[in-house]
Ligand binder design. Sequence first.
Ligand SMILES: Cc1cc2nc3c(=O)[nH]c(=O)nc-3n(C[C@H](O)[C@H](O)[C@H](O)COP(=O)(O)OP(=O)(O)OC[C@H]3O[C@@H](n4cnc5c(N)ncnc54)[C@H](O)[C@@H]3O)c2cc1C
Length: 418
Amino acid sequence: MKYSAFSLLKQALRGHRHWPQIIEAPTKLRPGYDIVIVGAGGHGLATAFYLARNHDLSDVLVLDSGWIGGGNTARNTSIVRSDYLLPASFELKNFALQLWDSLSQELNFNLMYSPRGYIDLAHSDGELEHFMLRANAMRLGGAEASILNRKQITEKVPAISLCEDARFPVSGALFQPEGGIVRHDAVAWGFARGASSSGIHIRQNCPVTDFDIDSGKVTGVRTAQGKIKAGKVLISAAAASSQLAQLADISLPLEVINVQALVTEPVKPVLDSVVNYNAGLSYISQSDKGELVLGGATDGYSSYARRGSFARIEDTLARAQQIFPMLSNLRLMRHWSGTADIPMDGNAIVGATAVENLFINCGWGYAGFKATPAVGWSLAQLLAQNAVPDLLQPFALERFESGALIDDAGIGPYPWLH
Ligand SMILES: Cc1cc2nc3c(=O)[nH]c(=O)nc-3n(C[C@H](O)[C@H](O)[C@H](O)COP(=O)(O)OP(=O)(O)OC[C@H]3O[C@@H](n4cnc5c(N)ncnc54)[C@H](O)[C@@H]3O)c2cc1C
């Protein structure tokens, strides 16, 4: 069904009782598929969608151990931006920003993309100088970026408080007007609906438990619901990637670390941009419901528990209150955690593996949502054409052997610092 004002009116007249299911769940899986994708997060589903849209391939199965978007995709703070210094990071995320712009129309599903501007605060002259370097690199790459002084920040964000005598005073900011937020669960469901309408099968509650590998080549997957043959397999399972790769004797340089998000009670509109407080990290935006959505740094220790520490909640709120003192009057409604898969250089691992026809997409940590459509687009190209697209070249697993790391933060091989 095409969603439109007309279909809304038609369904309203029928008492909203005849909306079709968003995806068609296959009653029976086929014995084999050309491509099996492990993980129905945004990345896996976007890959499935673009396999059908760009390459006319629909003999594809997407499997998830849980539910659509139930991993990090629908747990994130939904921020999208491309303000990265290194070309590898910038180009992929900037391509994603171009795709976000028209994706709701493309998918006929409202993703609520809101390019409301991303403001990254600098707390010292040195940091501001680094931001200038980033802004220049972004402009050279074709993105809009500018540096704001304190007065311009206050004009853009009237609710902000920039005290001169704050512990970490703000000296300026990097501003990306096209940055903003996208509704995260809609992204997963929009891609799922697009893929499913092309005939791609999506099966939830069906964990992959092993791979069939014959003479160094993957030939299928084993699942809780039986064996399925596969021409190619993509592991796109975020925090579970290491365990899955290990089944194929592949060791990934990843650590899994909790990252939390917090939401206050809803209030009237007070913040129409995304603001990032960099002294320790606390990022904040306001949802369309009025809730202030906050995220912070990682919890700093490895865990698969999907529960964060109270200490990190306290830090994140304390930092945010430095610039938004009004937060102290609000109640915290909910908080939750995701398990971020962070490689040693803090950047993703995408591409082929030592096992023929087995591909990997992981290591997006707490920064992969923004790249979702570009990752799906590029992975679909890789799977369909067996050639690594330029955008993905730098993200190969071999970089940890060759030393060609992508260390955006410039802080070396410490996942908990990224
Ligand atoms: C709190 C938090 C805040 C974040 N904020 C942002 C942000 O503001 N901006 C941004 O760009 N990024 C952010 N991120 C990161 C972003 O959410 C992720 O990088 C991105 O969603 C990864 O998508 P994915 O599809 O690779 O993984 P996921 O969405 O995690 O999907 C992986 C899927 O694999 C499935 N799976 C696992 N094991 C198996 C198995 N054995 N068999 C079958 N399926 C399996 C899981 O159930 C899951 O659904 C944040 C992350 C967190 C945790």
